[in-house]
Ligand binder design. Structure first.
Ligand SMILES: Nc1ncnc2c1ncn2[C@@H]1O[C@H](COP(=O)(O)OP(=O)(O)OP(=O)(O)O)[C@@H](O)[C@H]1O
Length: 902
C-alpha cells in the first residue's frame, strides 16, 4: 500500500503528519493551525538606520578589490603612462644632445684647454681679406677700436675684436661679454709670440672664433650675423691680425708707409701659427626644443587616460544591474557617488604621483622649472573635473564594451581636438571664447599645460605666480574653469540619472521646476535637523502604523463580479488587517515598444503577507510574478496603486523599505571578480556587521547554503547552482525583515534545493517572505500560503491544502489485483465509493477519481486492510490531487477567460 501527497518527498516528518491529518478537511476559512502561527498584527516599530560610514567602507573595499583584479586595464594604463614618460624623456635627451649645442662641453667654459686645440697654418693671402680690409691698415694697438664694420654696427656693439693679456682673462672676457652683454665680440686673439724681425719671421697667436664659420653668435636671434648685413669669415680676422702684426714690426723698425696688397705679397714666407678655438658659450640657448612642441599633447593625453576607466567602473555596475541590487539592499546613492568619486580620484592621484616621481627623477623641465603649486593645482583640479566628466559620460552608455571602446577613442579625440583646435583656432580668440570653450574640461587642462610648457623652455624662466604680467598668460582662468566644470558635470550627471530611464531615472525632465520639490527638501532638512537633536532617533527610522485607517480604498477589480471568491476574500481581509506587507490595487503597465500594445504585467493586485509567513507566488511564464517582485523591491515604480512594507509606502518611502528588505533576483546579480565570501562580506558590512561578528555571520551563512568550502573561489568560477545559492545567501545575510526570493532554487540539484529550502524555512521567523517559483514541490514544501497568478491577476489564494481541496477533483485511487479478481474488486469499489469515476483499467490495475467528500481516510485504510486478502487485492494506493493539477486547472480557467476577452 502507498499513501502519498504531492509533497511527500519534500516535507519533513512532522509536516507530513500535519498534512495527512489535514487531508480531506476541505478547510476554507483561515483558522488552520499554520494560520494561527502567522501574525497579522504588525504595528509601528523602530528600524535601525543603515550607517553611511558602514556603506562607505564596504563599497570602498569592494572597489579596491575589484580594481586590483582588473589586471588588464591596470596594465594598459600603467603601460601607456610609462610609455608617455619614456617618450618625453627620450625627446628631452635628444633635444639636449643635438639641438642645444656643446651643452656638456661648455658647462664650465673658463676651464677650456686652449692649448689642446690643434694649431693650423693659415695661408696669408690678401684675397681672403674681405670687403673692408683692402684699404685698411690696422695697428695692433688699434685693433680693439678699429672700424672694420659699418659705423651703425658699433653703435650697437662697441667691441668687435679683443685681446687680453693672458688666455684665462681672454677666456673670461669673451665668455662674459658674449653671454651676458649685448655687446658683440666678433673675435678674440692672444699673441703667443711675434718675432718678425730680421730673418725670423715667426708669428704665433690664437684666435677665438665662432664655430658657425662667421664671427657672430648663433645662439641668439639678436646676434645673428644678419645684423651686420654681411658675412665675416674667419680668414678675415686672421688677416687682420697678421696685418696688424706686420704693421707693428714695421712701425718698430721705423718703416713708414701703408700695407697694401703689394706689401703683403712682398713679405712672403713668415711662419704663421694660428690656434683656433670656439667661443665659450653658456648652455641652453637652443631655439628649437622638441619637448616643448610635443609636451602639451603628451601630458594632455596622459592625464586623460583614466577617463574610460572611470566610466567603465560605473557602466559595469549599471549594465549588470549591480547598482540596482545594491540600492535594494539599502545603498544610499549619495554614498555610492561619494565612494566612486573619492575612489576614482585616488586612482588618478596614484597615476599623478608616479608621473611626478618620474618627472623629478628624469628632470623634466616641466616639473623642475615651473612653480610646483602651479602645476600641482592644475593637475588636482583636472582630477576633480575628469571624475565628474567621467560620471557624466557614464550616463550615455549602457554597455561596458561600448563604453570602453568609445572611451579610449574619446581620449585620443579629446587630446587631438584640444591640441589642434586650441592652438590653431581658440588661442588667438578673446577671453570670452576661451572661457566658453573651457566648459569642455579638456580645453582647460590643455591650455593650462600649454602655458606651463611654454615656460619649460631652456631659454625662458619657469612659471611663477609672480612672474607673469598683463601680457603673459596666467593660469587663473584654467583653475576657475576646471573647478566650474567639476560642479557643472556633477549637476548634469545628477540630473540625467534622475530623468533618463536608461539610468533608472524616474523623474520628469522638468522636475526641478516643481516648487513642491523644494518645499519637501526644506521640510526634510528641517526634519533631519530635529532628528539630530533627538538623541535616540539618530540611527533609527520609525515605520508608520499600518491599519485599516491608512486611507487605502479598494478599487474595483477589472473582473468585476467574476472575481474569484477567495481573491475577493483576501482583498477584504487585507484592507482590514495590519499585515507587514500590504499590496493595494497594484498595477504595472509596460509601455509597448515598436507599435506593440502596452502590457498589463500586474493588474490590480491586492494581497497581504503576514509576519512569519512565506508566501508563494505561482504562475505560468509571463504571469507577472517577477514584475510584482520588482515593483515591491523598487526596481520599477508601480503604474498605480501602492504597497506598504512594514509601514513604509513604496511610492514615497522606498529608500526606507530598502533598509529592511533584501532580494534574491531571478537572474544572479553578482560581481564576477569577487569571491563568494567577499560578496557576502560586502552586503554584511553594508548592514553594519564588523570584525568578529562579520566573520561569524559570513561563515554561518556560507555553511547554510553549502558553499563554505568554495568560499575563496571567484564568482566567475562558480557553477550556475553555486551562483544561485550565493544569491540566496546574500538575501539572508543582512537579517532583513522582508525578503523577496524570485525563483531561488532554479537550476539547483535536488540536494542543494533541499538545503536552500531548509535555510528559507528557518529564516522566516519574524520576517515576511515572498517567493516566486515554478516548482510545485517547492511551493508545497515551503509556502504557508500560495497565490496563483495569470495574466497579471491573482487567480486564487490560500494554503496549499485549501487549493487542492478547492480545485482538485478529490482523491486518486489505484488498485491492483489478479485478473481473475478484477470484476470482484471493481464491484467492491463501486459499492464503497458510489461516485468513483474509473479513469482506466488494464491487466488488473485500475485507477479511479473519488470526490473528496466520499473519502474519510481512516475508514478507507480500515476497510481495505480488512478486505484486501479476501478480494485478492495485491496492492493499493490513494493520493490527493497535486498542486500541479490545481495549477493546470487555474491556468486553464485563466486562458479560457482571456480567450473570451479577446
Ligand atoms: N521590461 C519589460 N518591458 C516590457 N514588458 C515586460 C518587461 N518585463 C516583463 N514584461 C512583460 O510583462 C509580463 C510579465 O512578465 P514577468 O517577467 O513579470 O512574468 P513572470 O511571471 O515573472 O514570468 P516568468 O515565470 O517567465 O519569469 C510579460 O508579458 C512580459 O512580456
Amino acid at each position: 500500500m502507498s499513501t502519498s501527497t504531492s509533497s511527500d518527498e519534500s516535507t519533513t516528518d512532522s509536516e507530513k503528519n500535519l498534512k495527512l491529518s489535514d487531508i480531506g478537511s476541505n478547510d476554507d476559512n483561515s483558522d488552520s493551525l499554520s494560520q494561527k502561527q502567522l501574525k497579522t498584527t504588525f504595528k509601528r516599530e523602530k528600524i535601525k538606520k543603515l550607517k553611511s560610514s558602514d556603506q562607505f567602507r564596504a563599497l570602498f573595499r569592494k572597489n579596491l578589490r575589484l580594481q586590483k583584479r582588473s589586471k588588464k586595464s591596470n596594465c594598459c594604463v600603467g603601460f601607456v603612462a610609462l610609455f608617455v614618460v619614456f617618450l618625453i624623456y627620450m625627446m628631452q635627451l635628444l633635444t639636449n644632445k643635438y639641438l642645444n649645442f656643446d651643452r656638456e662641453e661648455n658647462k664650465n667654459p673658463t676651464k677650456f684647454e686652449f692649448d689642446a686645440l690643434p694649431a693650423m697654418t693659415v695661408p696669408f693671402s690678401s684675397k681672403d681679406n674681405g670687403p673692408f680690409l683692402s684699404t685698411f691698415q690696422p695697428r695692433l694697438s688699434q685693433i680693439l677700436t678699429t672700424s672694420i664694420y659699418p659705423p651703425e654696427f658699433y653703435t650697437k656693439h662697441p667691441t668687435v675684436l679683443t685681446a687680453e693679456e693672458d688666455l684665462d682673462s681672454l677666456d673670461d672676457y669673451l665668455f662674459e661679454t658674449f653671454n651676458e652683454n649685448d655687446d658683440l665680440v666678433v673675435s678674440g686673439f692672444y699673441m703667443n709670440s711675434m718675432d718678425l724681425g730680421a730673418g725670423k719671421k715667426e708669428l704665433d697667436y690664437k684666435v677665438y672664433y665662432n664655430e658657425s664659420g662667421s664671427n657672430v653668435v648663433f645662439g641668439n636671434e639678436r646676434r645673428t650675423h644678419r645684423d651686420l648685413g654681411q658675412t665675416i669669415y674667419l680668414p678675415t680676422v686672421v688677416n687682420l691680425i697678421n696685418r696688424a702684426a706686420f704693421a707693428k714690426v714695421w712701425e718698430d723698425s721705423g718703416v713708414n708707409g701703408t700695407i697694401d696688397d703689394t706689401y703683403g705679397y712682398n713679405l712672403t714666407g713668415p711662419d704663421i701659427r694660428v690656434g683656433l678655438k670656439n667661443f665659450p658659450v653658456t648652455e641652453g640657448k637652443n631655439q628649437f626644443d622638441l619637448v616643448l612642441f610635443v609636451q602639451p599633447f603628451y601630458y594632455t593625453f596622459l592625464v586623460h587616460f583614466l577617463l574610460p576607466v572611470f566610466m567603465i567602473i560605473i557602466v559595469y555596475e549599471k549594465e549588470n544591474k549591480l547598482v540596482d541590487i545594491m540600492i535594494m539592499f539599502g545603498l544610499k546613492m549619495k554614498v555610492y557617488w561619494s565612494v566612486n568619486y573619492i575612489f576614482n580620484f585616488t586612482i588618478y592621484m596614484f597615476l599623478i604621483l608616479v608621473f611626478y616621481i618620474a618627472g623629478y627623477i628624469l628632470q623634466f623641465r616641466f616639473f623642475i622649472q615651473n612653480n610646483f603649486l602651479a602645476h600641482f593645482l592644475l593637475f588636482i583640479l583636472w582630477g576633480f573635473s575628469m571624475v565628474s566628466f567621467g560620471f557624466f559620460l557614464s550616463t550615455l552608455f549602457r554597455k561596458v564594451r561600448t563604453a570602453s571602446l568609445i572611451g579610449y577613442f574619446l581620449v585620443i579625440i579629446l587630446t587631438l581636438v584640444s591640441n589642434l583646435v586650441w592652438d590653431n583656432i581658440i588661442a588667438d580668440k578673446g577671453t570670452g571664447t576661451k572661457t566658453l570653450c573651457m566648459f569642455l574640461p579638456s580645453f582647460a587642462i590643455y591650455s593650462g599645460i600649454k602655458v606651463l610648457s611654454d615656460h619649460s623652455s631652456i631659454s625662458v624662466e619657469g612659471f611663477k605666480f609672480s612672474n607673469f604680467d598683463a601680457s603673459s598668460e596666467g593660469l587663473g582662468m584654467q583653475y576657475l574653469m576646471l573647478f566650474a566644470d567639476t560642479i557643472l558635470y556633477l549637476l548634469i550627471t545628477g540630473y540625467l540619472y534622475a530623468v533618463l530611464p536608461s539610468t533608472g531615472g524616474k523623474k520628469s525632465p522638468f522636475f526641478f521646476l516643481n516648487p513642491k520639490m523644494y518645499k519637501r527638501l526644506f521640510r526634510n532638512m528641517k526634519k533631519k535637523k530635529k532628528n539630530n537633536q533627538d538623541d535616540d532617533s539618530d540611527d533609527v527610522e520609525r515605520s508608520q502604523p499600518i491599519s485599516s485607517d491608512d486611507g487605502f480604498e479598494l478599487n474595483e477589480d477589472p473582473r468585476g463580479e467574476d472575481i474569484p471568491e477567495d481573491v475577493e476574500r483576501e482583498r477584504q481581509r487585507v484592507i482590514k488587517n495590519n499585515d507587514p506587507i500590504k499590496l493595494i490595487n497594484l498595477y504595472k503597465v509596460y509601455k509597448g515598444q515598436d507599435g506593440n500594445p502596452d502590457v498589463n504585467a500586474v493588474n490590480c493586485l491586492t494581497l497581504g503577507i503576514r509576519l512569519n509567513e512565506c508566501f508563494g507566488i505561482l504562475g505560468p511564464n509571463g504571469a507577472g510574478k517577477t514584475t510584482a517582485v520588482n515593483v515591491l523591491s523598487g526596481l520599477f515604480p508601480a503604474t498605480s496603486g501602492t504597497a506598504k512594507i512594514r509601514g513604509f509606502d513604496i511610492k514615497k518611502e522606498m529608500s526606507k523599505v530598502h533598509t529592511i528588505m533584501s532580494v534574491c533576483p531571478q537572474h544572479d546579480i553578482l560581481w564576477e571578480e569577487q569571491t563568494g565570501e567577499e560578496t557576502l562580506e560586502f552586503y554584511a558590512r553594508m548592514h553594519g556587521y564588523k570584525k568578529k561578528k562579520l566573520d561569524e555571520k559570513v561563515e554561518q551563512t556560507l555553511n547554510e547554503v553549502g558553499l563554505y568550502s568554495d568560499r575563496k573561489k571567484l564568482i566567475k568560477e562558480y557553477s550556475g547552482g553555486m551562483k544561485r545559492r550565493i544569491s540566496v545567501a546574500c538575501a539572508l545575510i543582512t537579517n532583513p525583515k522582508v525578503i523577496f526570493l524570485d525563483e531561488p532554487t532554479t537550476g539547483l540539484d535536488p540536494a542543494s534545493k533541499r538545503q536552500v529550502w531548509d535555510v528559507i524555512r528557518k529564516a522566516r521567523k519574524e520576517k515576511s517572505i515572498i517567493l516566486t517559483t515554478h516548482s510545485m514541490e517547492e511551493a508545497d514544501s515551503l509556502c504557508d500560503r500560495i497565490g496563483i497568478m495569470a495574466n497579471g491577476m491573482l487567480r486564487t489564494i490560500g494554503e496549499s491544502q485549501e487549493l487542492k481541496s478547492r480545485y482538485g477533483k478529490g482523491f486518486k485511487f489505484m488498485v491492483h489485483c489478479n485478473i481473475e479478481d478484477d470484476e470482484k474488486v471493481k464491484n467492491f469499489i463501486k459499492k464503497t465509493f458510489p461516485n468513483a469515476n474509473e479513469m482506466n483499467s488494464l491487466a488488473g490495475t485500475s485507477n479511479y477519481e473519488i470526490p473528496s467528500d466520499e473519502v474519510v481516510l481512516s475508514e478507507v485504510f480500515q476497510i481495505l486492510e480488512e478486505q484486501k486478502n479476501e478480494l485478492g487485492i495485491l496492492d493499493w494506493g490513494i493520493s490527493q490531487t497535486t498542486l500541479e493539477e490545481v495549477f493546470h486547472e487555474i491556468t486553464r480557467i485563466a486562458e479560457g477567460q482571456a480567450q473570451l476577452e479577446i
